[in-house]
Design a binder for this molecule. Structure first.
Ligand SMILES: [Zn+2]
Length: 118
């Protein structure tokens, strides 16, 4: 199945409910209704300001959205991709669809979700 962006209404629905940081388990997808919504966040080291890049995707219907936001003060989290070199990471992120497929595999393998602490 091909990857597609969430619609504006679906993205708005994603912001409802408990924060992903408080409960990082799979949640219900606003597009297909399955309990298959997953997320991964990353703090890019080269950002000028503390930035949080979030990827949210549905493992069932393969809709996704990526967002950038201010990194909340004091939020720390594990990053299973931190073991990659900068080059490996660039290669992986070169294709967004390939990156999402990789994140989905990491979730299936139990490497994701990340753990968060404030
Ligand atoms: Zn879905």
């Amino acid at each position: 199945m091909a990857w597609n962006s969430f619609s504006g209404d679906e993205v708005a629905a994603l912001t409802q409910g408990e924060s992903f940081f408080a409960d990082p388990r799979e949640r219900r997808c606003p597009a297909c209704g399955r309990l298959s919504l997953r997320a991964y966040v990353n703090a890019p080291e080269n950002a000028r300001r503390p930035t949080l890049v979030s990827y949210v995707w549905c493992s069932a219907c393969r809709k996704f959205v990526g967002t950038r936001a201010r990194h909340p003060d004091g939020l720390v989290f594990s990053d299973p991709l931190a073991v990659l070199t900068a080059g490996e990471r660039r290669e992986l992120e070169r294709s967004l669809v390939g990156f999402l497929a990789h994140l989905d595999e990491l979730w299936d393998a139990g490497v994701l979700p990340q753990s968060f602490a404030a």
